[in-house]
Design a protein around this ligand. Structure first.
Ligand SMILES: [Zn+2]
Length: 220
């Protein structure tokens, strides 16, 4: 079993065509973890759409991120597949519905990638390993060191640090418990936010600063 793309919406494929055809560029993407960031963490695995529950403000946060002209990618560990609790098709169906709901709210997700393995598989794509991100970077022609990553666990942070991504830790999901167990985490992240809503506002502020700096360089 290889890490895999579970969905690439038609609209997004059209949106991404110019990106893939263009020469190497400096642009990054916005990576979002799924469980605990976009949807509410629950005991056990999400093995069906009925168990998927958007966190308050998550849909609006993704809509807001869509205002930036950057690919939005969900990167998630889904060992439920490797454990035989959920089929690849079942996971793809959950992601199709998630993307459709985001679009209904005016947002966009360009790509969802997942690692289907269990920790015992010792694969190269289960976060904090970086396989998922290298794969997306190659396909979308991204610069990972210019990318953002919003996650709730030390394993998300580990992947981000390894790749030089700007990392925002959210307290939702496992974030608050992770911070309580490892207070030093706060000093290792670029941004701390209560929720994806706050994280999205922080990213928009950062990008505003980036755009201004570029305009100044061009003017000067
Ligand atoms: Zn994997």
């Amino acid at each position: 079993m290889k890490y895999s793309e579970t969905i690439r919406p038609m609209r997004a494929a059209v949106h991404l065509t110019p990106l893939i055809a263009s020469p190497p560029q400096e642009r990054g993407a916005i990576f979002l973890d799924r469980d605990g960031v976009i949807n509410a963490l629950r005991p056990g695995h999400v093995t069906g759409w009925t168990a998927f529950q958007f966190l308050p403000g998550a849909l609006e946060a993704i809509r807001r991120l869509t205002l930036l002209d950057l690919p939005i990618v969900v990167a998630t560990n889904q060992s439920a597949v490797g454990r035989g609790l959920l089929s690849a098709d079942g996971l793809a169906e959950i992601h199709r519905r998630m993307v459709a709901r985001v679009e209904l709210a005016g947002g966009r997700i360009d790509l969802v990638v997942h690692c289907p393995h269990t920790p015992e598989d010792e694969c190269l794509c289960r976060k904090p390993e970086s396989g998922l991100f290298h794969d997306v970077a190659a396909r979308l022609n991204l610069k990972l060191s210019e990318s953002y990553f919003v996650g709730d666990t030390p394993s998300d942070l580990g992947a981000a640090r390894r790749l030089g991504m700007t990392f925002v830790l959210v307290r939702s999901g496992l974030g608050a418990a992770s911070l309580a167990q490892q207070p030093a985490l706060a000093g290792q992240v670029d941004g701390l936010a209560d929720t994806i809503a706050e994280a999205s506002r922080w990213i928009l502020e950062q990008e505003g600063a980036v755009v201004e700096a570029r305009a100044e360089r061009q003017a000067g």
